[in-house]
Structures are given as C-alpha cells and as structure tokens.
Design a protein around this ligand. Sequence first.
Ligand code: UDX
Length: 437
Amino acid sequence: MPYRLTVLGTGYLGATHAACMADLGFEVLGLDVDESKIARLRAGELPMYEPGLEEVLRRNLESGRLRFTTSYEEAAAFGDVHFVCVGTPQKKGENAADVSYLDAVVESLAPYLTRECLVVGKSTVPVGTAQRLADKLVRLAPAGPLVELAWNPEFLREGFAVQDTLHPDRIVLGVASEKAEKIMRDIYTPLGDVPTIVTDYPTSELVKSAANAFLATKISFINAMAEVCETSHADVKQLSLALSYDERIGGRFLNPGLGFGGGCLPKDIRAFMARAGELGADQALTFLREVDAINMRRRARMVDLARELVGGSFRGCTVGVLGAAFKPNSDDIRDSPALDVAVKIGEQGGQVTVYDPVALDNARKAHPELAYGTSALDAARGAHVVLLLTEWQEFIDLDPEELGSVVATRRIVDGRNALDAEAWRAVGWNYRALGRP
Ligand code: UDX
C-alpha cells in the first residue's frame, strides 16, 4: 500500500476509521491526546460498545498494521494522509458547534509537517470551516502549500459503524486539486464501486449537515403525525406503514416514538441553524427549530402519558425503565431520550429503576441519582408502570406473562412502538404507545 495513514482523534469515528483502514491493508497510526484511551486501544480494548469493531481492532493490532500514539511529532513523520476525526460537540449554552478540537489538531500537527501530505477532515462542521483550516495549515506548516486539505464527511451510524465504513452508500470528497482527488480515490479503491461525489469544500461540508437535517425532519414528521393521531384516536403505526409503501417516501426513519437523540442528530441540526444564522440564511432553516421542538415534545408527552396511567402523580410510584442508550446496539447515552425521561420522572417523585443491556455504566456515571437494575425483570420488579424507551431486541423478546409476574400493576408504555400490542393486552396488560389509541 503506497500511503501511510494517520487517524487523529480515536473516539467513535476515529477508532472505527483507524481499525477499518488497517483492515483494508493500510499501515495506520491512530493518535489521541487521551493517554488512557490510547492505552486501552493498544491493549485491543474499545473505549465504547460497537458490535464487531473489537475483532477488527485486535486483528489489525496483531498484524502490526495498526498502532497508536499520543505524539503529533510521530504522526507527522509517519503519515502521508492524516484523517482528522475529532468531535464537534454543541457549545455550552449555545446552539453552535464547538470546533475547538479541530483547531487544536491542526495547530498541534501543522508545526511538524515538513513534507508534502494531505490532511483529510471527516468531522461534521459548520460550512466554511474547511477553507479556514486549509488556510491555517498552509500558514502553520513548514512545508507550506505542500500541505493540502480535503473534506470527506462520514455518515456512519453507531451500532453499524464497521459495516457503514467498509460498505458506505456514497463517498463525498471536497477537494481543492486533482492531486487530492486522486489520493482520496486511491485510498478508497479497496471499498469497490461506491458512488463518489467530487466537489468543493462547502458542498462537502453541507452534504453532511443536510443529510442529518433530512433524517431528523423525517423522524419529527412522523412524530408530528403521532401528535395528530393522539388527538384524533388514529394509529400512527398503521399510518407510517401505509406511507412506507410509497417509494417516494420510504419506510426507513419513519418509526414513530420517543424521537431522536445521540451525539449527532440533535446537535447537528442546532449547529446547522446557528451557522445559517451567521450566514444570513436563517429563514431557510427555521423549520429545523420546529423539528427540534417536536422531538423534545415527545419526551414530555412520554412523561405525561406515564403519569396519567399511574393516576396523575408519580409520588409513591415505582417505575421500571427499559433502556438507557439513545438507541439499541449502542452504549452511547449522549442526549438519550430514554435517560431524559427517566430523570424527569425521578424529579417528579417517581422511584425509577433503569435497565439497559450495555449502557448501564455510562448511565450510572451521568445519573447516579437513579436506581439501576441487573435485568429487565429486575428493573420492572414491583413497578406500577413499565416504560420501554430503547428498543433493544431483548426487550422486544420479553415474555409479557413473565414480566407481568414481577410488576405491581400490568401497565406498559411502549415508547418505541416496538412491541406486539395484542400479545401484551391478551395477558392483561394495559398497553399504551405514543401516537396510538
Ligand atoms: C446518525 C446518522 O444516521 C448518521 O448518518 C450520522 O453520521 C450520525 O448521526 P446515529 O446517531 O448513530 O447516526 O443514529 P441513527 O441510527 O441515525 O438514529 C438517531 C436517532 O433517531 C436515535 O435516537 C433513534 O432512536 C432515532 N430514530 C431513528 C427514530 O426515533 N425513529 C426512526 O425511525 C429512526
């Protein structure tokens, strides 16, 4: 393999990218400023839960193709192509994205760049960031204009990170030269025949913001329909199914329920609105404010529905919460709708016990005030109402009779429209769901 790659930032995106690129046959050096994270990765341990990734990591550590460091000097000397994979979280108290980690990477790396190389941004950023970083690289690097930037947004989903990295739907390349395009195409050749869009920096940055805005809008659309269904005694699950057969609409991301959370969609739509505002295009994205508001209302509605079911107050009530992760197959609790609901019910006086197959450690750290169970049955023991808030398969597979034998009252709210309502009602459960009669 001609190019040696570095991956700067080994969080979700970076750890996955580093391991998968090594798996494709490249020599890869991953870098992070967090010593403990690097120590774990070197030992073949993932800092997060991601199905299938640990095997890829270990396989490539063993082959010697994948190594980790905390030294920018080493990374600069090693790499021909440097992938930047750091996070761009929401700023505290603001909608805008905090891009300071990106600037920190550029400022740390550039002074060591003494030869020709390509720096490739993969983080989700406000449009305009790539050009600014490209200028900064040239200014700070001893190699000056021999250091080029490309923008290559990442669309991977947690829980499917390996699959999405090795079999992407599309590749988007924001480049400023044919040379940069050629390097990027060479690197992704092992992925096979993937639709590739070669464009400028701002378009490549916007593709990612637009994709996440669209997905968030689709989810909030069906959740808005759920609100209307609730007031008109209609069934949003059947409505969604009927819509899904229209190929122009499609059924994916049309599951009504508690709405979206996680480290991406919520903060990305807010950052997108903030950036549009700075550019004088705020009107174009005011609808995203509504998308955000619909999404947050689902959480409030969930709390209200649960409270209604237990007679109007959570005081003296035991509530079993199934799910803490923002979605199944992940231990990520960032902006998790499930935890948000659990915390609100706790604040209103409910005795909440939460169970999640993999996110309990993270949840416990973030919310020590909640109680945690060792299994779904344990969390539901003595409950006056059970809430299904993250649709893990093991919750979908629960036996309603068995769960019914441990609760105080057979009441369940299906926050993800994931259960078979008839099967639960048949054994005496008061089954309720968002957007359904
Ligand atoms: C998302 C994008 O899908 C990905 O392309 C981008 O790179 C990062 O953000 P991710 O955050 O891993 O990925 O989660 P995703 O699978 O998109 O789900 C986001 C949220 O939407 C979850 O909370 C999920 O429960 C919710 N969701 C999804 C719904 O409420 N209804 C649906 O129909 C689909």
